[in-house]
Design a protein around this ligand. Structure first.
Ligand code: NAP
Length: 243
């Protein structure tokens, strides 16, 4: 069902984005591998080993014009954009009382505005196609809040509002838009946390284990395939948040 489709994954050089790109390649999709600083030849080759095309594309999604070029060049190269996964994200943790303006702005600019930037440009492509799936990476922190993450929580809660509005605006043309809210997933982003913080988090997870990048990749493929789910937030968090 996804074979030969074009999938853009932002921030795909490592972590969750890398796993998502590989998982869609396994489905037979051509991959636009967006990265900000660098991407390994090894990853590009691994994607191609599934018999698909891989277009590595350097762009900072927080910059409106760079997001526009990413979408336009992807469409030009492959002729369509069928799935957009907004995965690029950063943290700049600090207690609210000490958080600088730059720490707040940079997280909002990448996580929330970056997601808007790509959606803004892909929507015209998908509206013309009358098809498409947009998947945005939110977080359980956007649902629950977290000490030291006011900027990150605000950005990820914003992504949920953006997801639901996009879903409503684009639904009439058969385009879906959903969010995934991961819990604690083992990547570079979470590797920096101290052991006592990790231990405390483990105690809040009913399944008593941290998630793997493949758990999120599987959810992304599911949401891209399903054509009757839109405007939803799929928690992939070992049961941390139960709605
Ligand atoms: P990660 O290992 O830190 O990887 C993030 C990726 O995003 C990096 O490749 C980074 O590239 C890229 N990126 C950052 N800013 C970018 C920009 N402006 N333009 C393009 N690419 C950019 O993080 P992760 O753990 O895989 O997280 C992926 C997503 O899942 C994020 O949105 C994150 O908030 C969300 N999430 C993660 C967890 C978790 O437990 N890990 C939980 C909930 C939600 P550079 O290395 O070049 O900067």
């Amino acid at each position: 069902m996804l074979k030969n489709k074009t999938v853009i994954v932002t921030g795909a050089a490592k972590g969750i984005g890398r796993a998502i790109a590989l998982r869609f390649a396994k489905e037979g999709c051509n991959i636009v591998l967006n990265y900000r600083s660098n991407v390994s030849d090894e990853l590009i080759e691994e994607i191609k080993s599934y018999g698909v095309e891989c277009l590595p594309f350097k762009a900072d999604v927080s910059v409106y014009s760079e997001a526009e070029t990413l979408i336009k060049e992807s469409k030009k190269h492959f002729g369509s954009v069928d799935v957009l996964v907004n995965n690029a994200g950063i943290t700049r943790d600090m207690l609210l009382m000490r958080m600088s303006e730059d720490e707040f702005d940079s997280v909002i600019n990448t996580n929330l505005k970056g997601t808007f930037n790509t959606i803004r440009h892909v929507s015209s492509v998908m509206l013309k196609q009358k098809s498409g799936a947009i998947i945005n990476l939110s977080s359980v922190v956007g649902l629950m809040g977290n000490v030291g993450q006011a900027n990150y929580a605000a950005s990820k809660a914003g992504v949920i509002g953006l997801t639901k509005s996009t879903a409503r605006e684009l639904a009439a043309r058969g385009i879906t838009c959903n969010a995934i809210a991961p819990g604690f997933i083992e990547t570079d982003m979470t590797a920096v946390l101290k052991d006592d913080v990790k231990e405390a988090m483990l105690n809040t997870i009913p399944l008593k284990k941290f998630g793997q990048v493949e758990d999120i990749a599987e959810a992304a493929v599911f949401l891209a395939k399903n054509r009757y789910i839109t405007g939803q937030v799929l928690n992939v968090d070992g049961g941390m948040v139960m709605n």
